[in-house]
Design a protein around this ligand. Structure first.
Ligand code: HBI
Length: 97
């Protein structure tokens, strides 16, 4: 199982069950994070963006006041891969400050 091989539905369901906040949305996993203000959300977006650049793997990120939505998928694989799950866990760590 390479990091960029598509995951099975069961593997994805197992991740979602073990990682509160993450949900499957088609060929993505997504999670929204709440922040006390817009600026704190921006800081989180920057950290996720820098992670994405370091790993050459980029999420969808939506920023609004007090909220950031992050969605991971592997475009090259046309679905979810282990890389998405790994980066979703890293995204959670970044949200913890
Ligand atoms: N980001 N989410 C995501 N999925 C990809 O397939 C991807 C990426 N960032 C860069 C990237 N692929 C490059 O390796 C090229 O394949 C575009």
């Amino acid at each position: 199982m390479g990091k960029r091989d598509r995951l099975s539905d069961d593997e994805i369901a197992g991740f979602v069950a073990a990682h509160p906040g993450w949900v499957r949305a088609g060929e993505q996993i997504e999670r929204s994070y709440s922040f006390p203000d817009y600026g704190t959300g921006v800081g989180f977006v920057i950290k996720v963006a820098l992670l994405a650049e370091r790993r050459d793997h980029h999420p969808e990120i939506a920023l609004s006041w007090g909220k950031v939505r992050v969605a991971w998928s592997t475009h090259d694989a046309g679905g979810l891969t282990a890389l998405d799950l790994e980066l979703a866990e890293l995204t959670d760590r970044l949200s913890a400050g």
